[in-house]
Write a protein that binds this ligand. Structure first.
Ligand code: 5GP
Length: 190
């Protein structure tokens, strides 16, 4: 998506440790018109995949995942980052290593919201090493449901997570794939 590459070049900031900051349009302030464009692009890519549910992780994936779910006309489910009192009964859990925080956390989803008959599209804001998506596919596997693919706003191709998932046979579509990133230059995969 050319507009995503232009947006990253114009508004993105590269932080130490290989973190790309896009707080002006995706991670803190949300450019709602652009969010709608992103969702339309992703929904067009996945219109025939048969997904009946979109799954993401709180909190930064929720905005784009909700917009995609609205376009597809299906519910959005988000995995919570800790077992909370709002989740009762049977739950599926998986441990995920956070690239941005350098720590492990547990993701939790109620078995009420992931059913064996579900065909699930994963949506997230970023894909780096792929740990978040692997954790989500683990929850889907525990539920006996099916992963139909993953859609990502920004993939950092240099970290290899997306290609590792593709090598496992998972369809991964990203609106922009950052190939290299330094303080003064960002390049994209063609
Ligand atoms: P992964 O599990 O693929 O290593 O990392 C994906 C998660 O880490 C995303 O859900 C996102 O919240 C966060 N993340 C990874 N890299 C970046 C980055 O460069 N910028 C921002 N803002 N978040 C990132």
């Amino acid at each position: 998506m050319k507009a995503m590459e232009e947006k990253i070049l114009k508004e993105g900031k590269v932080l130490p440790g290989g973190v790309l900051k896009v707080g002006s349009f995706l991670n803190q302030q949300i450019d709602t018109a652009f969010l709608a464009d992103m969702a339309k692009e992703i929904a067009a890519l996945y219109k025939d995949c048969g997904a009946n549910k979109v799954l993401t992780i709180e909190s930064s994936g929720i905005a784009i995942a909700t917009a995609v779910a609205m376009e597809l006309g299906v519910p959005l489910v988000f995995a919570k980052k800790h077992k909370s009192s709002n989740v009762d009964g049977a739950v599926y859990t998986s441990v995920v290593h956070s690239f941005t925080h350098g720590t492990d956390y547990t993701i939790v989803v109620s078995s009420d919201y992931l059913r064996p008959e579900d065909k699930v599209l994963l949506v997230d804001d970023f894909l780096a090493n792929g740990k978040a998506l692997i954790g989500l596919t683990d929850l889907i596997h525990q539920a006996g449901a099916e992963t139909v693919g993953a859609a990502i706003a920004i993939e950092k191709g240099c970290q290899g997570g997306g290609d590792a998932l593709r090598a496992k046979g998972i369809r991964v579509e990203s609106l922009a794939i950052v190939e290299t990133m330094t303080d003064d230059a960002i390049t994209f995969r063609k």
